[in-house]
Design a protein around this ligand. Structure first.
Ligand SMILES: [Fe+2]
Ligand SMILES: [Fe+2]
Length: 275
């Protein structure tokens, strides 16, 4: 299977296909170790790959715990009862995703535990990526964040799907299905603000301002175009796409979506920090 076999944006590939249970894939599918059995324990993972895997899991867990902090104030401020319930689900899901990434870190013994201890002390504003240090000042921030930033999260998770570290690969289907709820919810909040503002909440102008605020941060999340780390992650069989490949696909996906809602994306270079 080539790294391109399952493009982001296709339905979540689970272990079920056509009603039949498919055996989990046991071999590394791409990169320099393609064809050998996947790494199943931390002890088997080569030193260089270990460093990168730990780094990726620290960033993953950091974003999950950060989004719990960002969503928390909206648990009892979201405009409708259903919105409050979905906020509660999102907070529970993100906390579980953080736990999931920390379980992988735990495989790495003392080193992993040191990272977990540090992650648990992080406050708002101290996180690694800009998008997770910004507050949700308005309800439209919740809509645009889940629509754009969670969607980047889905691209990152899809890049880990069937990766060379077995425990991580097996965590993906559930995380992906939970994330799907978040980004669909975000799209629905923005759509209702544009198309049903009188009955719902906010206004098309507020929704557009939120798009302009979060879309550039979402594009930045893919990382530098010429990233050496993303190239090595593919070699190790950990990720499927380079940062730039994933960003291209994402832009294509959200362009159609935002247009269909009645909003516009700012130009790709608008307010960008990571190129
Ligand atoms: Fe998450
Ligand atoms: Fe999410």
């Amino acid at each position: 299977m080539s790294p391109d076999a399952t493009p982001p944006g296709t339905p979540v590939a689970s272990t079920l296909s056509g009603g039949k249970t498919v055996e989990p894939v046991r071999e590394v599918l791409w990169g320099t170790s393609a064809g050998i059995r996947k790494y199943e324990t931390a002890e088997e993972v080569p030193a260089e790959m270990r460093k990168l895997l730990v780094k990726l899991m620290v960033v993953q867990a950091d974003t999950e715990f950060a989004s719990v902090q960002q969503h928390r104030p909206w648990l009892d401020r979201a405009p409708t009862l259903e919105d409050r319930w979905i906020e509660a689900r999102i907070v529970a899901d993100e906390a579980r995703h953080g736990l999931q990434a920390c379980r992988i870190l735990r495989d790495f013994g003392e080193e992993g535990q040191r990272w977990i201890d540090e992650l648990l002390t992080k406050h708002e504003g101290e996180h690694k990526l800009d998008a997770f240090n910004m507050k949700f000042d308005r309800w439209s921030d919740v809509g645009a964040f889940t629509c754009f930033v969670d969607r980047v999260g889905v691209y990152q998770l899809r890049a880990f799907q069937e990766c060379s570290y077995g425990p991580l690969a097996r965590a993906m289907p559930l995380m992906l299905s939970e994330e799907q709820l978040h980004l669909n919810f975000g799209g629905s909040v923005l759509r209702r603000m544009v198309q049903e503002a009188e009955r719902y909440y906010g206004s098309p102008e507020e929704a557009q301002a939120a798009v302009n605020k979060w879309y550039p941060r979402a594009l930045d999340m893919f990382g530098h175009s010429q990233s050496e780390t993303s190239r090595r992650a593919i070699e190790f069989g950990l990720k499927r796409w380079t940062n730039e490949e994933a960003r291209r696909r994402y832009i294509e996906e959200v362009s159609g979506l935002v247009r269909s809602v009645g909003l516009e994306l700012p130009p790709e270079g608008f307010d960008r920090h990571v190129l």
